[in-house]
Write a protein that binds this ligand. Structure first.
Ligand code: GH3
Ligand code: MG
Ligand code: MG
Ligand code: MG
Length: 322
């Protein structure tokens, strides 16, 4: 038993090591009509990477659009136009940034230069030296991975810049940008745009009686109800504090009014559950406005909706005012 346990552990360590290598390795697409040559390269790369062989140029272009980290293209022959593939890969998304290694004959300077000119990132000369293959592939895969990592980080920061961290709704900055564009379009005679301004009633009382964390929970639950009662095209945003705005593209005042009523009703329909506390009745006051002609601005639109909120509060809260 002990022996089996030990051998089991050894196997465990080994597969862990391979898994780690595979994780850092790349998905390498070898595009070559010389299958024997492709298989030799694939064999050499398979220790560290996940090679795939594609003998057809058309199919390669398609495969390269999927999860691939590096393309090795044979450009040595006239009838297999690898140079054209390089040009195609570099010309369009989503393959534009994909690293490319061009496989050329050592003495074929013309094709080597052409491949580089078309955007190959590096060259492999034939006959292929296994160590050189490993080194060049590793460098390109590492570069690709780092590029992916940076792009992901950038996407994430861009997303964070337009997202409200508490609720996950769009933030005020995002709302302003979208509203500017939509009002400008409406003013040029395009689709109308409507806005709702929503202000939770007596929210201060929630904070005062149950604490700030309970208040935050109410804001999150409110956001869920808001987001589930607007349409896919609408943009629910947290304007700040307990004030929310929904920007509604292509929406008339009447339609916006109807959706505002639906939100108001859903918020008041069932109590909000607070972790470790009594269910809480929440209501909201809503103002509605829609663009009306060339002189309208985002600010005037928001102001009219905000005046609706003011009227709703004055009239006793828990209502929609157009
Ligand atoms: P009204 O019905 O007139 O709108 O009354 P209200 O109490 O909702 O209005 P008021 O504007 O006086 O209070 C808003 C409160 O929202 C005050 C502030 O402490 C609280 N608040 C603002 N931002 C946050 C937040 O992020 N979390 C929590 N928990 N409270 C917040
Ligand atoms: Mg308020
Ligand atoms: Mg207020
Ligand atoms: Mg309020």
């Amino acid at each position: 038993l002990r022996e089996r346990e030990e051998s089991g552990r050894r196997v465990g360590v080994d597969t862990g090591g391979v898994a780690r290598l595979k994780g850092s390795g790349g998905r390498v697409l070898i595009v070559d009509d010389n299958t024997l040559q492709a298989q030799v390269m694939a064999q050499e790369l398979s220790l560290e990477h996940r090679p795939m062989i594609e003998p057809s140029l058309e199919a390669a272009l398609e495969t390269a659009r999927g999860p691939v980290d590096l393309v090795i293209v044979n450009v040595t022959s006239e009838r297999f136009d690898g140079l054209r593939l390089i040009a195609q890969l570099r010309s369009k998304e989503p393959t534009r940034r994909l690293p490319i290694l061009a496989l050329v004959d050592t003495q074929d300077r013309a094709r080597l230069l052409k491949a580089l000119e078309l955007g190959a990132h590096d060259i492999l000369t034939r006959p292929v030296d296994p160590e050189e293959l490993a080194a060049r592939v590793r460098t390109q895969v590492r570069r690709k991975r780092y590029g992916d990592f940076l792009r992901q980080k950038l996407d994430h920061s861009l997303e964070m810049a337009v997202t409200d961290p508490l609720t996950g709704l769009h933030n005020r900055r995002y709302m302003n940008g979208q509203l500017d564009a939509l009002v400008a379009r409406a003013n040029r005679g395009g689709d109308p745009v409507a806005v709702l301004v929503l202000d939770i009633d007596h929210f201060k009382a929630v904070n005062d009686s149950l604490g700030h964390d309970a208040g935050d929970e109410v804001l999150r639950e409110f956001s869920v109800r808001l987001a589930t009662n607007v349409r896919a095209v609408d943009l629910p945003c947290r304007f700040g504090g307990e004030e929310f705005v929904v920007v509604m593209p292509g929406t008339t005042l009447e339609d916006a009014h109807r959706i505002a009523e639906r939100i108001r009703r859903d918020v008041g329909a069932s109590p909000f559950r607070i972790l470790g506390g009594e269910p809480l009745s929440i209501t909201v006051s809503v103002g509605v406005a829609a663009s009306r002609g060339a002189d309208d601005t985002p600010a005037s639109l928001l102001k009219r909706a905000d005046e609706g909120v003011y009227e709703a509060k004055k009239a006793g809260r828990n209502r929609v005012v157009v």
